[in-house]
Design a protein. Structure first.
Length: 161
């Protein structure tokens, strides 16, 4: 672990500090770009990785953040019913414009623009979960309750069956 965080990771740490929680961003020696890489680097189960995925409303063009358990695939049809519009995959440029972070290190907080957030109900079963912190190798540990509080997200069933 390095004592000085990269700029994007430091931005996430600053936001976490401002939110009033004692959550510490750590930089891993290995990549945590994917949920599997993150779980392997941290030493937790892949299900404990809270992966932040950005989608785009087809009509509104609004960014939608879905925080999913590491093994779950997002059931886009279920989300579309919930929000009342079709979803599109967001490209790297849109993600960067909306969040201020590059794909592979999207944190659940600290985004450039506010966005509707949905949290995978499967994350609630764990005492601790891990989220990306702005770079492909920066993460932080938190609880599902804190995730809900800091994101003001809506808990829903997001996974494909």
């Amino acid at each position: 672990m390095s004592t000085s965080l990269k700029k994007s990771a430091q931005k996430v740490q600053t936001v976490l500090n401002q939110l009033g929680f004692e959550l510490n961003v750590i930089e891993l020696p290995d990549s945590a770009r994917t949920a599997l890489e993150a779980a392997n680097a941290i030493g937790c189960t892949i299900r404990q990785i809270a992966k932040s995925l950005i989608f785009k409303g087809k009509t509104s063009e609004n960014a939608i953040l879905i925080i999913a358990s590491g093994t779950n695939r997002v059931n886009e049809k279920a989300i579309e019913k919930f929000i009342g519009e079709k979803l599109e995959k967001a490209d790297a440029k849109f993600v960067l414009e909306q969040t201020g972070f590059a794909i592979g290190g999207i944190p659940p907080v600290g985004h450039k623009n506010s966005m509707t957030t949905f949290i995978d109900e499967d994350l609630l079963q764990y005492d601790e979960i891990w989220a990306a912190a702005g770079t492909p190798n920066a993460v932080f540990k938190l609880t599902p309750k804190i995730l809900l509080e800091i994101t003001k997200g809506t808990i829903i069933n997001i996974k494909e069956t």
